[in-house]
Design a protein. Sequence first.
Length: 339
Amino acid sequence: MYKSLVRSLLFHFDPEWVHHFTFKSLQNFGKIPGFSAFLRKQFQLNDPRLEREVFGIKFKNPVGLAAGFDKDAKLYKELDDLGFGFIEIGTLTPKPQPGNEKKRLFRLKKDEAIINRMGFNNEGVDAAVKHLRANNNVIIGGNIGKNKITPNEKAFEDYKICFEALFDYVDYFVVNVSSPNTPNLRELQDKEPLTNLLNSLQELNVTKPKQKPILLKIAPDLTDSQLLDIIDIVKETKIAGVIATNTTISREGLISEDKNETGGLSGKPLKKRATEVIRFLSEKSNKAFPIIGVGGIHSAEDALEKLDAGASLVQLYTGFIYEGPGLIKKINKAILARK
């Protein structure tokens, strides 16, 4: 029903408008008595065999929502009703910023993909904290970045502000230095600045009564040599793990009209490369750290492929938009079928 009716209708409209419309609709429907229970009955699959303990956190199932959908932590309760095992908010920056000029989101229907150049549009970390204070039991990841106007040499200050503000309200952190939509951000992926950034965050982390896992989100466009550097950096900084991968700047094999728009590409064309990165990191590190696999998951088989390659958990975004909320349950059913 989703693909034949809902998606076919929504895909006639501008993708950013559809995002806000869907977002608002879920919020409004969520206020109707019984609607939340209806969603849980329809989409959730609760089974103790799906539980995973990863970097010290117990997840009710291994299928999460990637950052970018609920940037400001406004919808995490409704999204939890749809069956996700965890919700990643953000990317958040210290100060609110509008992001890049519109049009900045492009639907590549022939490729089952999306190109975005949103540019970390969000209401600022303090606004997200206000929403998170109402959270009871949803596992939340806090994806943090820097403001566009902040130079790279002062980037740590932005990450520090977000880390301190969110610390009591999220279960784990994700350091985003891999978005292609903030000028020069990916330069922070180089070995020396990235090591310094992560070490500085870990120094903050150890001052807390109980430390929070810090993960690094990496680009799929890194070379094998750079991926080996990532393994060394994880070992040296003792962060909890890696999210592989962010969007790609590659346009190889695309056939849709908007294929040459600038920005990060997500969806089916990313599936193969994301899995390659997961497998490389897992094998070359001898499974030394957990990996959250994301990129091109449009079916249960795609998710199992990521898990088989070495991912401990998976995340959806573009596949969630193209396939609908039923995909979460399908993946969890496929995982149980292997038991």
